[in-house]
Design a protein around this ligand. Sequence first.
Ligand SMILES: C[S@@+](CC[C@H](N)C(=O)[O-])C[C@H]1O[C@@H](n2cnc3c(N)ncnc32)[C@H](O)[C@@H]1O
Length: 187
Amino acid sequence: MSTGYPTPVYSHAGRGDFRDVYEPAEDSFLLIDALEKDADRLQLMSPCVCLEVGSGSGVVSAFLASVVGPSALYLCTDVNPAAAQCTAKTASCNNVSLQPIITSLVGSTGIEAAWAGGKRGREVTDRLLPVVAQLLSSKGLFYLITIAENNPEEIICSLGKCGLRGESCLSTRAGNERLSVLRFQRT
Ligand SMILES: C[S@@+](CC[C@H](N)C(=O)[O-])C[C@H]1O[C@@H](n2cnc3c(N)ncnc32)[C@H](O)[C@@H]1O
């Protein structure tokens, strides 16, 4: 049983040079909790490439890198150049290797495990979902953080039609929002 991975250092996010970078919040920590819950499974799976879409501070990828280890390549995309710099700083602060990429969504990457976060409705998610079904490796896992207004059941149903089976693996309430982490794998 794998337990007790520390939360990565991220105190530079949201201030100074990184003031325009999303500061880790309840959604980030719920995703981290979901990855920690799946730590044994992720280690057994031993992915070669992990991708975070919208890495912000990079705290989630830094956490995953501490769980899975240095054999994987960690690609972290974000449209915000400051987020890419912040992700690089988070990597060095936590002695892990992350590869920030300034691009929208996934650019042209191939992925084995991926996760995405965001509180901005379905606009970005709806552009990402068709690409995930094409790129996820045969044993890969895709984690998606949602709020109730995103209609997670509809997302599960729609990805089901693309051959990905999904379920809610962790939920919490943050203020008025119901946050859930959905996890998908190929059927
Ligand atoms: C709510 S933050 C989450 C950051 C991080 N995943 C976390 O959990 O702390 C969403 C991030 O997605 C980025 N983003 C927004 N649209 C994007 C897009 N089309 N492609 C890549 N990143 C995007 C934002 O710049 C922001 O850093």
